[in-house]
Design a protein around this ligand. Structure first.
Ligand SMILES: N[C@@H](CCC(=O)N[C@@H](CS)C(=O)NCC(=O)O)C(=O)O
Length: 230
């Protein structure tokens, strides 16, 4: 069975999860792979204890164990899972379409999950009185001005299928994490999506997917600690 190392915690304002590990959880769910969660304390991401550094040289999550094999980095893990268990396909066969999926996946990861989204998401791991609201607003601004207009344009030109590259693919996995973050942020009166109608509908499509239940802020840690049938 695959073990997914991540960070998840229940709060009164929703269950929070590592955004990058959520990308991998979605792939495990979409492929109905059997897995269990090893839930690390969020403090380990700062302390980086030796047992964590032994598995991931940067002491980040996610990493997985597949038998004796340890694999780290959400994108690397997700492509590994795609190769190990190709059905259902999350990468198209056509090389150009495949490059398109990887571009969007990379944008989601490098621009959003590594830059704009943490400015909003990290403060939610603290009590409301300890949150840096200016920092959160900077993150929302970056989304509003750079990332969401780009996604709205991509959705306008996307092939039919309802997702960012047409059929559901690896490109949608960081957007699932975005859907999770914006769901929590909306409860706190966060970002309005009126200027981005295609994106608003797309995020609802993502939240309606069965796999989203495993990362939904409404799903408690204990309710999504394992999954899969094969
Ligand atoms: N490129 C890595 C990024 C992973 C990452 O930044 N994970 C965050 C949690 S969502 C983390 O571990 N942060 C701690 C740190 O940056 O040291 C991946 O895709 O897995």
């Amino acid at each position: 069975m695959i073990v997914l190392y991540t960070t998840e915690r229940d709060y009164p304002w929703g269950t929070l999860r590592s955004t990058h590990a959520s990308k991998t959880k979605i792939v495990l769910q979409e492929k109905s792979l059997k897995y269990r969660i090893e839930n690390l304390s969020p403090g380990n991401l700062w302390k980086k204890p030796p047992e964590m550094l032994a598995k991931h040289p940067l002491g980040k999550v996610p990493y997985i164990e597949d038998g004796a094999q340890v694999i780290f980095d959400s994108t690397v893990i997700d492509e590994y899972l795609e190769e190990r268990c190709p059905e259902p396909h999350l990468l198209p066969r056509d090389p150009i379409a495949r490059a398109g999926v990887r571009e969007l996946e990379n944008y989601g990861d490098e621009a959003m999950l590594a830059q704009s989204v943490p400015l909003i998401w990290m403060p939610y791991w603290s009590e409301p009185s300890k949150r840096d609201n200016n920092r959160m607003e900077q993150g929302r601004d970056l989304l509003r001005k750079r990332d969401l207009p780009y996604l709205e344009r991509q959705l306008k030109n996307a092939p039919p299928g309802g997702f960012i590259c047409g059929e559901f693919s690896l490109a949608d996995t960081p957007m699932m994490a975005l859907a999770m973050v914006l769901e929590v942020d909306a409860l706190a009166g966060g970002l309005a999506l009126d200027e981005f109608p295609l994106l608003a509908r797309y995020l609802e499509n993502l939240r309606a997917r069965k796999s989203y239940r495993a990362i939904s802020p409404r799903t408690k840690v204990a309710e999504a600690a394992s999954g899969g049938s094969s």
